[in-house]
Design a protein around this ligand. Structure first.
Ligand code: NDP
Length: 479
């Protein structure tokens, strides 16, 4: 049986307690590996290794840092097929998505922040009697904790800027998707990353993750995951005065106006709702449609969604795969049941689906569309994080904005209209950290990425990430 070990100080080692967790392939229901169930002892080892490596790594010439990080990016590209396959075995997502979207993005993350290492600069302020300059120095040992939905993509989105700015990292992937993170250790060794600069701890969030957050020597935590976990982490890290970046859940609205490009919007809404089986924090889940086109849009959307090809994630034709786990499938089904109890009508899907052959015991649910629910009900307020969307009607711009902002979350929204002037005006009134107009998931890695309110604190991406992973120190010289 394949064993997924910790990667500490440049070598793969068993967890100190020799405890293991079963890893299940959710598309088949079969166990495919055992994962180290690490605890505080492993985190301590990783911390010691990171401290030992910090002095050398933080004083590396940026050119050298660039060369190593860029080489990691190239190696991810070279090993794309194996990484994509591992991602799909761990998560049940279509192989095509892993190959064409997620692994290439992990490579881009390293390439982008490799160049940031060369270009990162700081401010200076001159005055009539003094000049100030700001040093941006690496923090030391930092913790990066990421979720299962886009495993290597989100793992590297944190690790790359942390390393580019001169820190050493103790990182933990989700125990549901550990494999590509583990493979990254070998890639870092091949690229010449010094031992101890990146340490990867496998295991449960409540044990291994908590030990990273609680460690007094780990001075910053970059976390992506659920809002509930974000609250727990802030309650521990806040009183310890750690730097904290929190990328949390969402309940993202799509505002569809009567003057949109109907065909394109239907197609993009199907994509933004059901990509990765709706398990992307940026997926739209509250679909708000102007009443004059409501019935027409609904009919076209159901037609489009009913054509999604559900199947074995390894089949190159599959567009819609398995959910991450049997537990998550049960959670999503319980929300569909709740929607019915709250008065919703299921227009499409609404149940699990049993495939034949290899995937007979997989965790598959049909893409689900529901209408007739009140904006305030739990189905419209709580994050489901699965292939479930609700349709709601609005009459004019004000009502669309009110409905869109009727949420504790504030991650991402989309606006669909040909009236660009209106789209700009509405964008400025939406309480989300990201607004896409007539598109979705179009990314420029220089832009600030993150959410408001229950969707998080701080921003990732570009200089925001480089600033997060450094301490600003102002030096003042009097003339
Ligand atoms: P979780 O919050 O359950 O877990 C995220 C990570 O935190 C995992 O590695 C988990 O480990 C770990 N963890 C759990 N408990 C603790 C703890 N007490 N201390 C430290 N670490 C802990 O989220 P999911 O993995 O279920 O991911 C889905 C969530 O992530 C959704 O809410 C989604 O919206 C959000 N998300 C947000 C994004 C954003 O950019 N805003 C992007 C992607 C997802 P383990 O899994 O091993 O328990």
């Amino acid at each position: 049986m394949n064993k997924i070990l910790n990667f500490i100080d440049g070598v793969y080692i068993n967890p100190q307690n020799n405890e293991w967790i079963d890893k299940i392939n959710p598309a088949t229901g079969l166990k495919n590996a055992e994962i180290a169930s690490s605890d505080i002892q492993d985190v301590e080892l990783a911390f010691m290794a990171s401290q030992k490596a910090f002095e050398e790594w933080s004083s590396f010439n940026p050119n050298l840092r660039f060369r190593i990080l860029n080489r990691i990016s190239e190696l991810i590209e070279e090993k794309k097929s194996g990484l994509a396959l591992a991602e799909t075995y761990d998560t049940g997502k279509p192989l095509k998505l892993s190959e064409e979207f997620e692994i290439p993005r992990a490579a881009s993350n390293f390439r982008f922040f490799a160049t940031a290492a060369l270009q990162f600069a700081s401010e200076s302020h001159s005055n009539y009697n003094s000049i100030n300059y700001t040093l941006r120095q690496p923090i030391g040992s930092v913790g990066c904790i990421s979720p299962w939905n886009l495993p290597l993509y989100l793992f590297t989105w944190k690790i790359a800027p942390a390393l580019a700015s001169g820190n050493c990292v103790i990182a933990k992937p989700s125990e549901l998707s550990p494999t590509t993170a583990s493979m990254l250790g070998q890639i870092c060794n091949e690229a010449g990353l010094p031992n101890g600069v990146l340490n990867i701890i496998q295991g449960l969030g409540s044990r291994a993750g908590a030990a990273i957050v609680e460690h007094p020597g780990i001075k910053a935590i970059s976390f992506t995951g659920g809002t509930k976990t974000g609250k727990i982490i802030s309650s521990v890290a806040g009183p310890m005065f750690k730097k904290l970046s929190l990328e949390l859940g969402g309940k993202n609205p799509c505002l569809i106006f009567e003057d949109c490009d109907l065909e394109k919007t239907v197609s993009e809404v199907s994509r933004l709702a059901f990509s990765n089986q709706g398990q992307i924090c940026l997926c739209g889940s509250r679909i708000l449609i102007q009443e004059s086109i409501y019935e027409k849009f609904k009919k076209l959307l159901i037609e489009k969604v009913s054509k999604l090809r559900i199947g074995n994630p390894l089949d190159p034709n599959t567009q819609f795969g398995s959910l991450i786990s049997e537990d998550h499938k049960k959670k999503v089904l319980s929300y569909i049941q709740l929607a019915v109890e709250e008065g919703g009508t299921i227009l499409h899907g609404g149940q699990e689906i049993k495939l034949e052959g290899q995937c007979a015991n997989g965790s598959f649910i049909l893409p689900t569309i529901i209408e007739g629910l009140h904006a305030q009900c739990r189905t419209n307020q709580e994050e489901i994080f699965g292939p479930v969307i609700t349709l709601q009607k609005f009459s004019g711009d004000d009502e669309a904005i009110e409905l869109a902002n009727n949420s504790d979350y504030g991650l991402a929204s989309t606006i669909w209209t040909k009236n660009i002037n209106k789209a700009h005006q509405i964008s400025s009134k939406l309480n989300t950290g990201i607004v896409w107009i007539n598109c979705w998931l179009v990314r420029d890695l220089r832009t600030p990425f993150g959410g408001m309110n229950a969707s998080g604190v701080g921003r990732e991406g570009g200089w925001e990430a480089m600033r997060f992973f450094t301490e600003a120190k102002n030096v003042c010289i009097s003339y």
